[in-house]
Design a protein around this ligand. Structure first.
Ligand code: ZN
Length: 75
């Protein structure tokens, strides 16, 4: 058996990523954003998404299935 060479560790050091908000170059202190402002924008978007999401946790009783009693053998 001969294993083919796998290029696993050949990824370069973190490439600089543009700010996801305004596409400018990100700065280390605000990584991955370019500024605190963009970080705040993203954060508020995230929170908005969280609070805008419908409360799906109210269906909790339905996901919790009660353990079934084994009433076999009673026939
Ligand atoms: Zn930005």
């Amino acid at each position: 058996m001969s294993e083919p060479p796998r290029p696993t560790d050949s990824r370069p050091a973190k490439p600089p990523r543009p700010c996801p908000i305004c596409r400018k170059m990100s700065l280390a202190p605000y990584h991955p954003f370019c500024s605190k402002r963009c970080a705040d924008v993203d954060l508020s978007r995230w929170f908005a998404g969280v609070y805008a999401a419908p409360a799906a946790e109210q269906d909790d009783d339905e996901t919790e299935t009660p353990p079934r009693a084994l009433d076999e053998g009673d026939r």
